[in-house]
Design a protein. Structure first.
Length: 358
């Protein structure tokens, strides 16, 4: 099974342009800032928004052709888990899940049997007689997933499926969701703002910005070589542009850094990971070739580290321990010195295609 998309969809003055293929048995995460076109992508695939040009083909069947074909949402082999789950409050969990098969022509008994089977598969059979209003966030998410899977779709669309959960519940449900997606034979398309969801759940990541694909690669490649400042900020690294010759990188935003990659020549992107940046109160001596002054702009707690945003040039993000913050007296406005080893400056040509291939 394959989804082939090559279309444009307009919403007011916004236009989404998408040319991508999605394969069965894969999870594709869609990342992008607000207004990038993520929801428009899902709505177009589901048939909730008609496209304006081009076509969408699912498993060899054209479900939308801007010229003369439009298959309604119920007739598409697509399951949709909405961000707010959109469960019917007046129906029991069993009836919510049976709704899909019944809306596609199944009888009450057969539809209820399918619902029972899906409930058992997802380990929530005990919820069958409850109403959505009595469910926890994690339980509601599982019921919404069960309802989407009950129609046995070729395509599963997940719109921020973990966004409504608290941090502790999110981790538990993410693990459960991962287990369920591993057994789903169709194609899963996951829209998320959380890079951790993409890194842990997806086989492939598409980054959308301003209605267009700016990067399409594996999670590892996205993390190692983000193609835009948004992608870099999302995964917590610093992305810089410049020209390099014999290891000397002249930055577009000002400043010069040195890389151990002596073979790189011309326009490049440079990635600096927060853990590679050392923060000092006085100018350091020793081996790091890259040393420059900066001013702390902000500090943000992140797990067992503190992310420190430092204005340059170049501006970077560093990761330090809470103890280091106290010991060095770090605070917004503090003048500091930064250092990065040349071997920790990862550079790559800017003439990469969106997949990150050379």
């Amino acid at each position: 099974m394959m989804i082939n998309t090559n279309f444009t969809a307009h919403r007011g003055e916004f236009t989404l342009t998408l040319n991508a293929q999605f394969e069965a048995g894969t999870v594709v995460a869609i990342l992008g800032p607000n207004g990038a076109g993520k929801s428009t992508l899902l709505r177009s695939l589901a048939g909730l928004t008609a496209i304006d040009t081009g076509s969408i083909v699912i498993d060899g069947v054209t479900v939308d052709d801007a010229r003369n074909i439009f298959v309604s949402p119920p007739a598409r082999s697509v399951g949709f888990v909405f961000q707010d789950y959109a469960l019917f409050p007046h129906l029991t969990v069993l009836a919510n899940i049976a709704f899909g098969p019944r809306s596609r022509g199944g009888g009450r008994k057969a539809s209820n049997q399918i619902a029972d089977e899906v409930l058992a598969k997802l380990g929530i059979a005990e919820l069958a007689d409850r109403k959505p209003g009595s469910l926890s966030g994690g339980q509601a998410q599982r019921v919404a997933l069960a309802r989407a899977l009950a129609t046995k779709p070729d395509v599963l669309l997940l719109d921020e499926p973990l966004a409504a959960l608290d941090i502790q519940t999110r981790a538990q449900v993410r693990l459960h969701l991962s287990e369920q997606l591993e057994t789903f034979s169709g194609c899963t398309i996951l829209v998320t703002h959380d890079p951790l969801d993409a890194m842990l759940l997806a086989d492939r990541v598409i980054v959308l910005e301003n209605g267009a694909i700016v990067q399409d690669a594996t999670p590892v490649e996205i993390a190692r070589r983000p193609a835009t400042p948004y992608a870099a900020a999302l995964i917590g690294v610093t992305l810089l542009r410049g020209n390099i010759t014999r290891g000397e990188l002249t930055l577009e935003a000002g400043g010069t850094l040195y890389s151990a990659d002596l073979g790189a020549v011309g326009p490049v992107l440079a990635v600096i990971r927060p853990e590679s940046v050392s923060v000092h109160r006085v100018q350091p001596e020793g081996s790091p070739r890259n040393v420059w002054p900066g001013t702390i702009m902000a500090l943000e707690a992140s797990h067992d580290r503190v992310r420190v945003q430092v204005a340059g040039p170049p501006a970077v993000v560093a990761a330090v321990t809470p103890g280091a913050v106290a010991e060095l007296g770090l605070a917004p406005g503090t003048r500091v010195w930064l250092s990065v080893k040349a071997v920790d400056l990862d550079v790559y040509p800017t003439h990469l295609d969106p997949t990150g291939a050379r």
